[in-house]
Every structure is written in C-alpha cells, then in structure tokens.
Design a protein around this ligand. Sequence first.
Ligand SMILES: Cc1cc2nc3c(=O)[nH]c(=O)nc-3n(C[C@H](O)[C@H](O)[C@H](O)COP(=O)(O)OP(=O)(O)OC[C@H]3O[C@@H](n4cnc5c(N)ncnc54)[C@H](O)[C@@H]3O)c2cc1C
Length: 386
Amino acid sequence: MDFELPDEYEQLRLTVAEFARDAVAPVIAEYYIKGEFPYELVRQMAQMGLFGLPFDEQVGGMGGDYLALCVALEEIARVDSSLAITLEAAVSLGAMPIYRFGTQEQKAQWLPLLAKGEVLGAFGLTEPGGGTDAGGTRTTARLEGDEWVINGSKAFITNSGTDITGFVTVTAVTGQRADGRPEISAILVPSGTDGFVVAPGYAKVGWDASDTHELSFTDARVPAANLIGERGRGYSQFLQILDEGRVAIAALATGLAQGCVDESVSYAKQREAFGRPIGAAQAVAFQIADMDARAHTSRLAWRAAAATLVAGRPFKREAAIAKLVASDAAMLNARAATQVFGGAGFTIEVPVGRFYRDAKVLEIGEGTNEVQRLLIARELGLPVTW
Ligand SMILES: Cc1cc2nc3c(=O)[nH]c(=O)nc-3n(C[C@H](O)[C@H](O)[C@H](O)COP(=O)(O)OP(=O)(O)OC[C@H]3O[C@@H](n4cnc5c(N)ncnc54)[C@H](O)[C@@H]3O)c2cc1C
C-alpha cells in the first residue's frame, strides 16, 4: 500500500503549485476585490493543458485521468478557489457530459476546444425553484420538427456568462415516462441562441472572481441533434457527473484547508505578542495542529475516492464521504485561520480572508452536505428518505 502520489502525478502537482505560487498568488486579490473573471490566468491554465487533463489525446486532451485533475485542483485552491472552481466546473461539469455521453459529432465539435481551454462549457441543473430536488426540474424542451424548443430558467450556473463560454448543457422535461414521472433529458444550448438570456452575475459571498449567473430560456430553439446521450437519461447522466464532481470538490476543499495551514504556520512564526511569536502559545499552535490534521484527513479521503473512481470501481460512498469531510475541514480551517490572523485576517486582501468567504459554498455546491449524508446512509442500506 502506497499513500504517495506516483511520480508523474507528483511532477504535475509541483508544476501546478509553482504556477499557483508565482502566477496566481501575486495578482488574484485584485481580480477578487473587483469581482472580475481572471481571463489571463485562465489562458495560462489553458496553455499548461489543465483543461484537458482527464481527456484522451485523440480529442485534444492530455491523456491523464480524474486523479490528475484533482491533484491540480488541490494545488490551485491552496492559493485561490475562484480559479480552482473555474477549472473544476469547466472540466468536470462542462466538458465531461460530452466526453461521457456525447455523440461523435458533438465530441468532434466541442472537445478539442474545451480540452484546450479555448471554450468553457457550463452545466445547468439547478433552478430557481430548487437544486437539491433536481428531479423536480421545471424547464421544458419540446421537439418541434428537428428542433428542441426550450423554456424555463436555471440558477447559479458557473462559467455560463464569460466571453469564452460556448454553451450550457441543461436538464429539461421532454415528456412523461410510462410510470407517470417526468422524462428528463440533457440538451446543449450554445451561447448566443435566440431566447437564451444570461442575467448579470450574482453578488456572491465568495468565489468572487468566478463567473455565476441565472439563465432564462424563452422559446430558445436548438437542433434536435443537441440532445446529450439518450432521451430521458438526462437526470441520471447528470447524477453520474455529480458523483465524479464531488471528488473534485473534495480536492478543491482540501486545497483551501491546506492553504489555511500554510498561511497560519507562516504568520504564527513571525507575528509577535507578549514578546514571543504567537505560535509559541499552545492555544494558537494547537489550532494549527488541528487544521493540519483536518487537511491531511481530507486529502486521504479524496485520494481514496479518486483512486477508486479511476480503477473503475463503485465510488459513490467514497465521493460523498470525501466531499463531506473536506468541505467541513475547509470551513473549520478557514474559521480557525482567520482567528490566528486576528484583524489582519478580516480583509479580502489577504488569502485567509478570502478562504473564509470561499469555504461556505463548499458545503452547498454539487450536492449539499445533507445530500452527502443521505447518499452515505443509503449506501449503508438505511431505509432513509427525504
Ligand atoms: C457559487 C455557486 C455556483 C454553483 N454552480 C452551479 C452550476 O454550475 N450548475 C448547477 O446546476 N448548480 C450550481 N450551483 C447550485 C448548487 O448546486 C445548489 O445551490 C445546491 O445544489 C443546493 O440547491 P439549492 O440552492 O436550490 O438549495 P435547496 O435545494 O433549496 O436546499 C436548501 C436547504 O435545504 C436542505 N434540504 C432540502 N431538502 C431537504 C430535505 N428533504 N431534508 C433535509 N434537508 C433538505 C438542503 O440541503 C439545503 O441546506 C451553484 C451554487 C453556487 C452557490
């Protein structure tokens, strides 16, 4: 049993860590404070091949796997979560539905652009009426001739309104199943489609340099060929995508938790009170020791989930546990790190202030932590229902 990353992943980790330290850390506060999307940093990530990490070389990818993506996400989130979620959402939510379920034509049209980071795809599941009850989708798509006509709205969709956004894939009710339940399908809607409107960005609590919008569709028409995968399989396809996405979010949360350790260790060594470094006080040192234990545990959890996924074994429980443990760790570490910094931590000009704001959404996005507990309980065979 080996808990170390294999060499090629460790090399990737070091390369991304260097990028995060040298290119992201010096400039990200400015983007965050202005609430601007960091196009230049996204371009640099694209040049490094990060958007293509888990995709085959035939479609323009780097020939890596999901573990590689997670390794990169942890190192970026160690410095900044807005950039990390931009990469996570683009790869695991935007491109992955096409990679896993798309037709040959859809793959040929979109994957080379997505894998090179020249175009971002978005994933539209959540609606203003609810995200947890995603099966209650109200957006509809009716087939008229050789076109889908889409009506409805989606809420909180990441990467949906950037200058390089190419499309959003939405879940929509396309009919009724034999058992009377709605038939839900996934349909790709290109940016600029008539009737598809992107609202101004949200004023968020965190992830300020990432792009999030509400979307509305009024008789938006797209070709019938824009169906992703099988008609009526959209909901289950999206749930599969979310299982994988949870491993990625766990890696991202671990990065934030580790960033809190990094920042706190360095601050507690140099900040003095009562004539000695604050890290000499057990109350401070023990908080940092607890932070380190949580970051370490989270890393073990997401790596175990990623290894299970990559090995092709069932990983639903492992993914839910990793997301639950790592997002809790991120929240607790961000709170503790801000405390270690005192007043200096209560500004978004410093990383821990941004970590504090960015941590909360990790308990919400890609399935709330209540959803993770439900998934774990079900995997244990408990007869739990909503
Ligand atoms: C910054 C940001 C980016 C996002 N990006 C995307 C994206 O790219 N694509 C996308 O589709 N979505 C995205 N989301 C949406 C996110 O996935 C949802 O917010 C999340 O799934 C929760 O849905 P909701 O907000 O509608 O909360 P609700 O479903 O209304 O839930 C509210 C609360 O009630 C709890 N709850 C609900 N039902 C029960 C129950 N029966 N028992 C116990 N507790 C329950 C939930 O756990 C939660 O705590 C994003 C959200 C944010 C904030």
